[in-house]
Design a protein around this ligand. Structure first.
Ligand code: FA5
Length: 355
């Protein structure tokens, strides 16, 4: 057995192996079960004891050397193949991490605010827990006024401390039934001319349906000056609808009654779900969103009653202005074609994830 030439042969075969697969092949050819060196190792038993010791030592040394060479070459090839294998396809779309997003109602509120901001309206806020005075009395609805029944109220237990002068007129506590009390709170602290909007939550103790919920959002508007008129109000509201919904949506004013305005109106817009038909063609059914009317009531509006100015501390006859209170939920329903207001508060991700 010529171990020197065997060593040369293996060394050359290992160092010339050009891939990991080929390297494995060489290794098996010498040290595998049927490998050349394994064969010689097995044959040792046929040799004389002296020969066996000598040959055995030499073969074991060769085997260790081959293993060492094999490991070295393996590392080299792994590195090479790894580097070549590291290929980046920059056109593969990145993984999108799930992130939160704005609730459709918050979006609607922001969009509406932006439009009014563009028309010079500032934003004002008021508390959700209100007093009877701001929610009703100051808005020309004293106790026993039948109009109080128009807005079913969640009354709260407890009252404000009547010893404090600022609470003298407050009355009972309640969850505000509309955003109109912000009008009075703002006027108490500011002198006209001004124009404000007051977005926020309001509550009504009433049965729910596709258009009504016990918890809803309104956006109040108030513009006061020396000669603000119904014409200004109509222009502002029409401009708002145009900017918010685009051309093609029509609005109408209907005479209506609210104790805090005179004259008062209800503002309707054509239903975008059924396109004003009252019947949804694609679903072959009557439109439940507008109750088949083709119109949906969006807001109440009118010229601020002089009694409200007086309650806020202005002198009777000094100022005139208009006010409106629109349903933000209704606005969201029309904009995104959501057929039931309750979906907005359901937390249903199949709806919310669309925004
Ligand atoms: C009011 O709340 C008056 N404060 C509006 C107003 C302000 C009139 C200033 C004049 C001057 P009304 O109850 O009609 O009015 O409600 C106004 C709008 O809020 C409605 O047109 C409707 O869009 C929305 N709304 C009222 N009740 C609910 C409800 N339960 N669920 C959802 N939206 C409602």
């Amino acid at each position: 057995m010529d171990l020197d030439s065997l060593e040369q042969e293996v060394t050359s075969a290992l160092s010339h192996a050009s891939s990991l697969d080929k390297l494995e092949e060489v290794f098996r050819a010498y040290l595998g079960r049927k490998g050349k060196i394994t064969f010689h190792l097995r044959e040792l038993s046929h040799l004389s004891p002296n020969e066996r010791v000598k040959q055995g030592k030499a073969l074991n040394n060769l085997r260790d050397k081959i293993k060492e060479l094999y490991e070295e070459q393996k590392l080299k090839l792994q590195k090479q193949e790894g580097e070549e294998g590291e290929w980046t396809d920059v056109t593969v779309p990145g993984k999108r991490l799930p992130t939160g997003h704005m609730h459709p109602l918050s979006r609607i509120q922001m969009q509406a605010q932006e439009i009014f901001h563009g028309m010079g309206f500032a934003v004002a806020h008021g508390p959700e827990i209100e007093t009877e005075w701001y929610n009703f009395d100051a808005l020309n609805m004293p106790v026993d006024h039948p109009a109080r029944d128009m807005q079913d109220t969640f009354w709260l237990k407890g009252e404000l401390d009547k010893q404090k002068p600022e609470n003298k007129k407050s009355g009972r506590l309640l969850l505000r039934t509309h955003t109109s009390p912000v009008q009075v709170r703002y006027m108490e602290k500011n002198t006209p001319p001004f124009r404000i909007i007051a977005p926020g939550r309001a509550f009504r103790h009433e049965a729910t349906d596709a258009r009504h919920d016990a918890n809803m959002h309104q956006l109040e508007g108030l513009m006061v000056g020396k000669d603000v008129s119904v014409t200004n109000m109509k222009a502002v509201l029409e401009e708002f609808f145009r900017l918010f919904f685009g051309e093609g949506v029509t609005a109408r004013l209907r005479p209506s009654y609210f104790p805090f305005v005179e004259p008062g109106f209800e503002v309707d817009m054509s239903c975008v779900i059924c396109k004003g038909r009252g019947y949804v063609l694609s679903e072959s059914k009557h439109c439940s969103t507008c109750g088949q009317a083709g119109w949906i009531e969006m807001m109440g509006a009118g010229m601020v009653h002089q009694n409200v100015f007086t309650a806020a501390g202005y002198k009777q006859g000094d100022w005139q202005g208009f006010a409106f209170g629109m349903g933000l939920d209704r606005l969201a329903m029309m904009k995104y074609q959501i057929h039931d207001i309750r979906l907005l508060y359901s937390g249903d991700l199949s709806l919310l994830d669309q925004f």
